[in-house]
Design a protein around this ligand. Sequence first.
Ligand code: HPA
Length: 246
Amino acid sequence: MPSDAVVGGSGLESYPGLVITGERRATTAFGEPSAPLVLGEIEGRKVVFLSRHGPEHDIAPHRINYRANLRALHDAGVERVYAAAAVGGIAPGLGPGTVVVPDQIIDYTVSRPGTFFEEGRVVHVDMTHPYTPSLRDRLLRAASVAGVAVHDGGVYGVTEGPRFETAAEIDRMERDGCAVVGMTAMPEAALARELGMEYAACAVVSNAAAGRGPAEITMEDIYANLERGMRRVRRIFAAALALGPG
Ligand code: HPA
């Protein structure tokens, strides 16, 4: 089984260019993941692909069974998770289409089962660096090899959704230091850490965050920006897989 996985979010519900070699329906003690695990190859490198919102994009961010997703990947032998996500841009300069490789997270979610350690021995995992630094580095090197410009670093603020934020909420997040806002990095990153898997992400800015751009955030605008952003992210992931571990 491949030891690298890509978890695709909005704009990457399926993976163009993935040569599919198999599919595995997984079940875990926490239920079923968002979709069957798709086994395949990207430019000759073995990988597992999991669609976070389901292949039809019908699982909202607050309803995703993150524990089943991460546990299913772990059970399949995955050691490294490359996550793709759509985000709103908060920091100046992070306009639609920008690819960000975030280095920090602030969790504003309120209702998500966020740990595998609910009973028995108390376990506190270290989350000082929520994205695995060596895997982040690999994404940055891959972006450079692939000739894709990325923004290195930034705080990803995770909101509960599925609604977008109010302008005042974005103002507060900016004061907190958030560069982008999305709805899925937590508990995904924490659960990967609890299972000992490396985790790093490419976030595509699909829109200016609330109060930072057009009066209204529309899904049409978001998807138009995501398409070109995710094309770049796929080039980065292909280069990262080719670089291999280490
Ligand atoms: N807010 C939260 N999540 C998002 C956004 C946003 O503006 N854009 C894409 N995902």
